[in-house]
Design a protein around this ligand. Structure first.
Ligand code: PLP
Length: 453
């Protein structure tokens, strides 16, 4: 830190404060974790200076032999860990990995047949008329993805995101009675809509997804099954999700982040079967900027860690802790979406349980040293900004070594904060969806206990 302080002391201070916050507060954000020192060190070094567009052994720049070593190792660890035919370690984030996947499927299923029909190998060789037709057909493709309020991600074809502008999207949701994915409704929708891509995967669904059924539906309607396992990749790596619940044997293409339950550096990755391998490898420079070799080095280290037997214990403990947190909350009267969890996350319906918006609950918890995020729940009456839910996940606290007994105590702390919080009013005295009122003494007492934990 002193080296940094000599150049820009405010950055040194911010780093120091971040370390303190991450130590002193209870990190319950379901998408966060603590990477190991080996992973962090692999990321902060001279590889950052290197340009390496292209793929292993086929670079657009000279002098890439060490980057080749790093990228090949990251891909090898990923293939071995997930049992995938092919792995591409370059995406800079989960969103970038999804873009590579969309582009690869479009290239394989829309562009390649158009090139074959015109008898050329490259888009540059298409006539103006054929190129115009191909561009038009890119715009006519359909995607079926999980709705946002059921836990899907913005990149799964939603209008504000580029994926919603690239694809004509329809979404599938959950059964209002159970909160679970309704596979029969999904099948009916897929038959009517005939999407090019079906996207499975979520940011805020507390249950398992049956990828065997998803693939069966995709095959029936001629769609490519893409699974975004950004959230639960660590549970797949740790063999907690196997058989029908492991996406890799079922989907043609799987994307992930490397920094959530997988506990690696911030980044993304694509796994695929042989049919999409060549398209995926062209991710950079077709969709992505130049690779980040220092981050790929850290991915290789984190993936090597995830191949160790201890990682299986970790992944199981993440789920055991998540269930203990669910039980502790429900025993104290909280309502959880779907009535519990099978994975690393829980979604508390704070409107029903405590008469609060997600925004009020998130702020009250933060005042008390508990870091969470507000999240929509299915058919959320408070909309996507204020929301009625709080999402909590156990990957980070499990890395810190907390177990099921501590989870019960954490459930008690959350419940105490939320039962003590009142909705606030605006400056003009009207009810506010943003403001909350919490006795500072309670906030202080809970913060101290959060730090001790
Ligand atoms: N996909 C899913 C399912 C996610 O939950 C997220 C992030 O929250 C992403 C993709 C995006 O990942 P990143 O922030 O690394 O781009």
């Amino acid at each position: 830190l002193e080296v940094i302080r000599a150049v820009e002391p405010r950055i040194a201070d911010a780093i120091g404060q971040e370390v303190a916050d991450q130590r002193e507060m209870l990190k319950l954000i379901a998408s966060e974790n603590y990477a190991s020192p080996a992973t962090l060190l692999a990321m902060g070094n001279w590889f950052s200076d290197k340009y390496a567009e292209g793929t292993v052994g086929r670079r657009f720049y000279a002098g890439c032999r060490n980057v080749d070593t790093v990228e090949a190792l990251a891909a090898e660890h990923a293939r071995e860990l997930f049992g995938a035919a092919h792995a591409y370690a370059q995406p800079h984030s989960g969103i970038d990995a999804n873009l590579v996947a969309f582009w690869s499927v479009l290239a394989d299923r829309v562009e390649a047949p158009a090139l074959a029909k015109a008898g050329v190998r490259n888009v540059n060789d298409l006539s103006e008329a054929d190129w115009a037709e191909l561009r038009q057909s890119f715009g006519n493709q359909r995607m079926l993805g999980m709705s946002l309020d059921a836990g899907g991600h913005l990149t799964h074809g939603f209008r504000p995101n580029i994926s919603g502008k690239m694809f004509d999207q329809r979404s599938y949701g959950t059964d209002p009675a159970t909160g679970l994915i309704d596979y029969e409704a999904l099948r009916t929708s897929a038959r009517e809509f005939k999407p090019l891509i079906i996207v499975a995967g979520y940011s805020a669904y507390p249950r398992l997804v049956n990828f065997r059924i998803m693939r069966e539906i995709a095959d029936e309607v001629g769609a490519t099954l893409m699974v975004d396992m950004a959230h639960f990749a660590g549970l797949v790596a740790g063999k907690v999700l196997t058989g029908d619940f492991d996406p890799v044997p079922h989907a043609q293409i799987v994307t992930t982040t490397t920094h959530k339950s997988l506990r690696g550096p911030r980044g993304g990755m694509v796994l695929c079967d042989d049919s999409l391998k060549d398209q995926v490898d062209r991710g950079c420079p077709m969709v992505l900027g130049g690779p980040l070799p220092h981050v790929m080095a850290a991915k290789a280290v984190a993936l090597a860690e995830a191949r160790r037997p201890e990682f299986r214990d970790y992944a199981q403990a993440v789920v055991d802790n998540s269930r203990a947190l669910a039980e502790g909350l429900m025993r104290r009267g909280a309502t959880l979406v779907t009535g519990g969890t099978d994975n690393h996350l829980n979604l508390i319906d704070v409107a029903t349980s405590y008469g609060l918006t997600g925004r009020q609950a998130e702020s009250a918890l933060l005042d008390s040293g508990i870091v969470t995020n507000r999240n929509s729940i299915p058919a959320d009456p408070n909309g996507a900004w204020y929301t009625s839910g709080i999402r909590i996940g156990t990957p980070a606290l499990t890395t810190r070594g907390l177990g099921t007994a501590e989870m019960d105590e954490v459930a008690g702390l959350i419940d105490r904060v939320l039962t003590t919080t009142e909705p606030g009013t605006t400056a003009k005295g009207a009810p506010s969806k943003a403001q909350h009122v919490l006795d500072p003494k309670v906030a202080d007492e809970i913060s101290r206990r959060a730090t001790d934990l």
